[in-house]
Design a protein around this ligand. Structure first.
Ligand SMILES: [Zn+2]
Length: 79
């Protein structure tokens, strides 16, 4: 019982990361770079990702907190 996250979060889930991990993932240069290189959205693995590694649909669903981080990527600032 209880959640066991953290211990097994080293490798990215092939079907995309859990939404709850997105804030964390946007701080991981390697994950964002991989998503962009593969053109596979961090969340849904869909194509057409932007500089933040997110597809247009997922990007439109970001919370304020997530958007702040994603915009840093779009602006070329990085994590
Ligand atoms: Zn997506």
């Amino acid at each position: 019982m209880g959640h066991n996250m953290g211990a097994q979060m080293e490798r990215i889930n092939p079907t995309g990361i859990p939404r709850s991990e997105l804030v964390w993932a946007l701080g991981q240069t390697r994950l964002v770079s991989q998503a962009r290189a593969r053109d596979a959205c961090l969340l849904c693995r869909g194509p057409g990702v932007n500089e933040a590694g997110l597809c247009r649909i997922c990007y439109s669903l970001l919370s304020d907190e997530e958007l702040v981080l994603a915009r840093r990527w779009l602006a070329g600032v990085g994590p």
